[in-house]
Design a protein around this ligand. Structure first.
Ligand SMILES: Nc1ncnc2c1ncn2[C@@H]1O[C@H](COP(=O)(O)OP(=O)(O)OP(=O)(O)O)[C@@H](O)[C@H]1O
Length: 367
């Protein structure tokens, strides 16, 4: 699968841009702040219908304009698909594939998968559990529409239960019947989500470990440990009896939305004990395993977006990644770099390379 071209209107710092892409390697070079990452983000929109960076879609509309649109054509085996994602300020996002609007944006997730490697990836290790849940949930959602629906239902139920808790806070009493309805549904959905996560992590972990071994020379034993409290005996009772605490705090304190994944090296938490190099290898191995899983499950290679990673990687890890590129392990790749000469020399001799110069929200192909 590859993106053959992309057109932007009023997207972030681009007023108008058109890029005819190589099915293999696309290098975007230009000064800091010129719009390289924004172009990757536009590709991310076509795949996952949201920004990889901005918290709100409205932030992706170019300043002083009232809408954005991103349009792209994907070649998937012999078929071509035109995807359009647009947003009018203050309105709902629109997504069309082959000129037909989706009723549910979520139906699009997983059709044109991408894997993004970016400088902030180590947040996966350093930040709280939400980042790790989001990483795994995003992959599973691309593979399994039922999981995506279950997650969305769970999140809606959780919002409703939390609203009920807050409503009842001043009086200290709660509508027991309504609460029981939410509890029952949350417990049921939560269990299904936890079981799916557990199965997925068991499948993902060996792929991740193989990449880590290749990157680190096999010196350390790494593990991903997912153990949800939801799957432990008597969870339903503990969940229900936490209601007094929930009422005081105005939120649901137990459930899959609190799950964490423990990342470890030789039995110790990577977050606390991993060196910077180990943490980098850890996240690269996670992303490479994400690529493998999507490829294996979809039957084609996802698009790989490499944002500014050469600046952040040391020689050993960079060469490993480039050797995978040279071996043809990946399909279409987009690489951004503020230092054109470095990228050009790294990809010299590789087939089907296109270099694009980005300058203050304008993009043009170099000869
Ligand atoms: N909604 C928006 N409207 C206009 N400009 C925006 C908007 N959102 C972001 N920008 C601008 O886009 C620029 C950043 O672009 P981008 O992150 O793509 O840069 P880059 O080329 O990847 O830079 P670096 O090499 O530093 O990573 C900033 O100047 C920022 O102000």
């Amino acid at each position: 699968m590859f993106l053959s071209n992309i057109q932007l209107l009023n997207f972030k710092n681009y007023e108008e841009a058109h890029m005819v892409c190589s099915p293999q390697i696309n290098c975007l070079v230009g000064e800091n702040g010129s719009g390289k990452t924004n172009m990757l983000d536009a590709i991310h929109y076509l795949s996952l219908v949201k920004s990889a960076f901005a918290g709100h879609d409205q932030q992706s509309i170019k300043h002083q304009s009232g809408f954005f649109s991103v349009m792209g054509s994907f070649d998937l085996e012999v078929r071509k698909h035109k995807v359009l994602c647009g947003l009018q300020a203050g309105a709902k996002k629109v997504l069309k594939c082959d000129q037909v609007a989706y009723d549910r944006l979520s139906d699009h997730i997983g059709r044109f998968p991408v894997v993004l490697m970016a400088p902030h990836d180590t947040d996966l290790i350093r930040e709280g559990s939400e980042e790790r849940r989001r990483f795994f949930d995003t992959i599973i959602c691309q593979l399994d529409q039922h999981y995506l629906q279950a997650l969305m239902n769970y999140s809606n139920l959780l919002k409703q239960r939390n609203a009920l808790l807050r409503q009842c806070q001043p009086v200290g009493r709660i509508d027991e019947d309504l609460l029981a309805t939410y509890d029952h549904a949350l417990l049921q959905k939560g269990q299904a989500i936890a079981e799916r996560r557990q199965v997925f992590v068991a499948y993902f972990e060996p792929l991740f470990q193989a990449h880590y071994r290749e990157l680190s020379g096999g010196r350390e034993a790494v593990a991903l440990n997912y153990r949800s409290e939801v799957l432990t005996e008597g969870f339903g009772d503990r969940f229900r009896s936490a209601v007094q605490k929930d009422l005081i705090l105005g939120r649901t304190t137990l459930g899959v939305h609190r799950d964490d994944l423990k990342f470890s090296i030789d039995g110790h938490a990577v977050k606390r004990f991993g060196s910077q190099g180990q943490q980098k290898s850890f996240v690269i191995a996670l992303k490479l395993a994400q690529f493998d899983v999507l490829q294996e499950q979809k039957g084609f290679k996802p698009i790989l977006l490499l944002d500014d990673i050469f600046d952040k990687l040391d020689d050993q890890r960079m060469h490993h990644l480039l050797s995978l590129v040279a071996d043809g392990r990946f399909g279409q790749i987009f690489i951004t770099d503020a230092r054109p000469e470095r990228t050009k020399s790294l990809v010299a001799g590789m087939a089907q390379v296109k270099v694009f110069r980005v300058d203050q929200g304008k993009i043009s192909e170099e000869e």
